[in-house]
Design a protein around this ligand. Structure first.
Ligand code: ATP
Ligand code: MG
Length: 180
């Protein structure tokens, strides 16, 4: 199983449709600052079902829709399509190629599809969940995160580990309760 193609339409800085072909193995995206490299990574997280605006580096979910520039009007919808090669059958579906897509409208509302058939978010999550790609399964290390870990103090490093282990939220809850 590997990511085969990624198509962005009106997603963040990609006003015009951009189609990327990927190969098995490691893919590098290079380009000047602000050219949209991180937006490509955001698109991957988004099409796989990411629900947190902050994880997409935005204030609200609608921030993934092309917001316009001096010369180009804003768009009304964002769409991302990811085609996964499934010739090894890693995805539990009878297709050698699986395309998942997500569309979001500025007027509100989202649509998901698997191979062109409308589905629920849950169906996408279930499809990906046993493959190491599902929700919380793939790992996206954001820009600056490695630096932050390497240069963290002991207390900060402990917080990273607690967050990874899932205990941070309980501790924050306990701290809040003790303050009351
Ligand atoms: P760096 O090398 O600095 O990390 P990068 O290639 O990762 O840069 P991105 O962060 O992917 O760059 O892209 C940033 C650009 O995307 C900014 O110019 C920002 O204005 C633009 N952008 C983000 N969201 C939108 C949007 N909804 N509509 C239009 N442009 C957007
Ligand atoms: Mg970046």
């Amino acid at each position: 199983m590997y990511l085969k193609t990624l198509t962005l339409k009106g997603f963040k800085s990609f006003a015009n449709t951009v189609h990327m072909s990927l190969e098995p193995g490691v893919t590098c995206v290079v380009g000047p600052n602000g050219s949209g490299k991180s937006n490509v990574v955001d698109a991957l997280a988004w099409v796989m079902g990411e629900q947190g605006a902050k994880n997409l580096r935005g204030g609200s979910m609608a921030d993934v829709i092309f917001a316009g520039t001096k010369t180009k009007a804003p768009l009304g919808r964002a769409e991302v399509e990811l085609t996964i090669d499934n010739t090894d059958g890693a995805l539990p579906i009878e297709y050698s190629e699986v395309t998942i897509s997500r569309t979001m409208f500025r007027s509100g509302g989202s649509e998901y599809a698997i191979n062109g058939t409308p589905v629920r978010l849950l169906d996408i999550q279930e499809l990906l969940s046993d493959t190491g790609m599902g929700r919380q399964m793939h790992v996206i290390v954001g820009q600056g995160q490695l630096d932050a870990i390497l240069s963290a103090s002991e207390t900060e490093r402990r917080a990273f580990i607690e967050e990874a282990a899932g205990v941070l939220k309980h501790r924050q809850r306990k701290d809040r309760a003790l303050k009351k």
